[in-house]
Design a protein around this ligand. Sequence first.
Ligand SMILES: [Mg+2]
Length: 387
Amino acid sequence: MAGQKVTISVIKADIGSIAGHHKVHPDTILAASRVLAEAKRKGVIKSFYVTHVGDDLQLIMTHFKGVDSPEIHELAWNAFKEATKVAKELGLYAAGQDLLSDAFSGNVRGMGPGVAEMEFVERPAEPVIVFMADKTEPGAFNLPLYKIFADPFNTAGLVIDPRMHDGFVFEVLDVYEGRMVKLNTPEELYDLLALIGTPGRYVIKRVYRKSDGEIGAVVSSERLNLIAGKYVGKDDPVMIVRAQSGFPAVGEILEAFSFPHLVAGWMRGSHHGPLMPVGLKDAKCTRFDGPPRVVALGFQIKNGELIGPADLFDDVAFDETRRLAQQVAEYLRRHGPFMPHRLGPEEMEYTTLPKVLEKLKDRFVKADLGYQPKLKRSEELTGPEHE
Ligand SMILES: [Mg+2]
C-alpha cells in the first residue's frame, strides 16, 4: 500500500429535486448509493459517500484508477441515470436536468455533471475537505482559494510554516477560450488577481505546492451554459482541498469562508448574492431560491478509505457570517431586477432575457446622441474592438 496513489473523485449533478430547486429527494440518494455500493463490492471503488447540497446530488468516491478514469466516470453516470429514473417516477422538478446527453461516451466532463478529482500518495494522516456549493458557479471558489493559498492575513502558515513558505502555484482556466495559465505566488500575486477577479471567465482549476509540485486543491470547472450554449441551470461547483502538514490547516481553509463574498447564481442563475457557509441540515435553498450556500465535509483518507465526514460549517463560529450573509441578501434583494443584483449583460446572454429583448428590437428608432460612440468589448479582458 505504501507509495500507492489514491484518487478522490467528487462528481455531482442536479438530476431533479423536491419543490422546485429546493433539495434532493432521499430516494434518489438511495438509488445512487445502491449503484456505488455494488461498485464497491466489485472492487471498482474503495469507498464512497453520497450526499446532497440543495438540489445537487453529490458522489464522493475514493479508488485507485486515477483521474479521468472512464470506469469511474461511467459509474457516476450510471448512478445519476438510476437516480434520474427515480426522480422521473416521483415527478421531481427538472428530473435529469444536468444530464445533457443521452449516451455516455467515456468521460462525464462536458456532459453536464461537475467533476473535481485529485490523485496523490497518502500521507500518514491525510485530511481533505470537500466543498460543495449550490446556486453559484465554479469561479465562486476563486476568492477563498486566493485567501487560503496566497493571503497571509488568512493563512498564518504561509509566513510561519517553512513547508509552505515558498508559496503555491495556481492553475487558472479561461473557460471562454479553453486556455490555461500557471501563476506563481507570492511573486505573481497581482497578475493572478488581474485574472481571477473576473470569476465568470477565469476559474482557478488547481493549486500546487511550489516546493515539490504536490497538489493541494482542485475545483470542478464545468460551466453548463457554455456547454449547452443556453441557460440550463447553474454549475454549482465542488472543490477538494488537502489540509495540514505542509498545506494550510483545516481552520485556515475554513477561515476563507468567514466572509460571505458575492457570487453569481441565486435565482435563475441570474443574480449576485452572498455565499453562505452552512451545515448539511441547512443545505437547502429557499429565499429567492437561495441565498447561495456552501457545505464543507471533512474526511481522513486511510488506505484509500474515506473516514468521516465531519460537517465543518455546522458550528456556531459561523453564525455571524450567516447573519451578515442574510443582511447582504436583504440589501441586494431590494434592488429587484436592477444590476448589480441582477448579473451584467454578458452573463445574461445565457439566460432567457435575450428573448425578451429581441421583441423590442424593431421598436428602437435612431436618436441623436450628439457624438459618435466608439465601442470596445469592455466586458472582457481580451476580445476584438469593433465600431
Ligand atoms: Mg443546484
